[in-house]
Design a protein around this ligand. Structure first.
Ligand code: DCP
Length: 240
């Protein structure tokens, strides 16, 4: 409960275990509690690699990551897991009911908590329209969801724990602009620090900070208005 959600990267360089080349090169930034950070960049630039370091899926090869001034290595993994919501690029759903999938990682979640999160993620109505509602089986022995539905279910799963830090790694890419905007409006109410990988200008515009990543480095940083003024590269993305 104590985490506020400030995130600091200090000269972080990273290479995957067993690899010789660095995928992140001297990344430094500071995000204040409650800020929204949009991360943009072409494929393979290192966006996912940056975000994976926050829940400690990997540790930096050099440098350090701090949350609320504490080195991540000094925070108990259990506390991190409780306070950080992370939806990976590929939604991870398993063969089980909607309810079981939502509660994954937080087995004490109540149905009303699940419903509240599902409403925020704009997936509640889809669920109640299913044959057995929240008890509907997914996967091989059940029904298949569309890409966008899977993404919203993963977002709901992350919201259930009311995270201080929420990381959406391209997890709203399959949503139409209007639905995505509703999801982001609801997330605003959680007052969490939000990292969102996106290709959408409408999402970048909402952010307190936009980070443009290329070849493992932050090449531009600022708000939409600032970057429209200062960055030819950002303008190129904005008008494309
Ligand atoms: N990489 C790797 N091993 C992994 C994951 C990635 O060697 N397990 C490499 C591939 C890229 C670099 O790291 O050269 C950066 O990959 P990212 O997934 O971090 O890049 P992005 O998230 O920016 O790319 P995308 O938008 O395609 O997800």
């Amino acid at each position: 409960e104590q985490l506020k959600g400030a995130v600091t990267f200090e000269h972080v360089s990273f290479r995957y275990p067993g690899m010789s080349s660095y995928v992140l090169k001297d990344i430094s930034f500071h995000v204040r509690p409650g800020e929204t950070v949009a991360i943009l960049g072409s494929t393979g630039a290192g966006k996912s690699s940056i975000l994976q370091l926050i829940p400690r899926l990997y540790d930096p090869t050099e440098g350090a990551v701090y949350v609320d001034g504490m080195n991540l290595k000094d925070i108990k993994m259990d506390d991190l897991r409780k306070r950080i919501g992370f939806t990976p690029q590929e939604s991870i759903l398993f063969s089980g009911t909607v309810e079981e999938n939502l509660a994954w990682g937080k087995s004490d979640a109540s149905l009303s908590e699940m419903k509240a999160a599902a409403k925020d993620a704009q997936i509640h109505e889809t669920i109640t329209d299913l044959k057995d509602g929240y008890e509907t089986k997914l996967g091989q022995k059940g029904i298949n969801l569309s890409g966008g539905q899977k993404q919203r279910l993963s977002v709901a799963r992350a919201l259930i724990r009311k995270p201080n830090i929420l990381i959406l790694d391209d997890s709203t890419s399959a949503l139409d602009l209007q639905t995505e905007s509703k999801v982001l409006d609801a997330i605003d109410e959680y007052k969490c620090t939000l990292f969102i990988v996106t290709q959408k200008l409408s999402t970048a515009k909402r952010a307190d900070k936009i980070m443009l990543i290329d070849d493992g480095k932050i090449i531009e940083e600022g708000t939409h208005d600032q970057l429209m003024n200062t960055s030819a590269l950002y303008r190129e993305i904005a008008y494309s």
